[in-house]
Design a protein around this ligand. Sequence first.
Ligand code: FES
Length: 117
Amino acid sequence: MAAQPTVTVRPSGIQFPAAPGQSIMAAGIAAGLRWPTVCGGQGDCRVCFAEVLEHAEHLSEPEPAEAQAIQELAATLGRRTGPVRLACQAAVHGDVVVHKRGVRPAARDNTGGGDRI
Ligand code: FES
């Protein structure tokens, strides 16, 4: 059986495995991480967004709702190195490198909020 895809998060350097087809965010949470979110992965808040630095082709194609969110996000975020995806919607099918601040071990998150995006 092939090894599970690995998600690498920069600038922290955190890495975690993803089951094929699992979303970036779901894989991170399953690995014991806290991923910035308000809606809990419903595709509504856009707080989970990440910039894809390497291997965007290893992610699922955006569904229409995510595509619209991405388009609107891109207009407000300004210049980025790579494509922006909603981490709760983008399914992992191979190794990928993303840029996302605020991803950290869930056990250390005792601040009660203050997402950094
Ligand atoms: S977690 Fe809210 S849009 Fe992804």
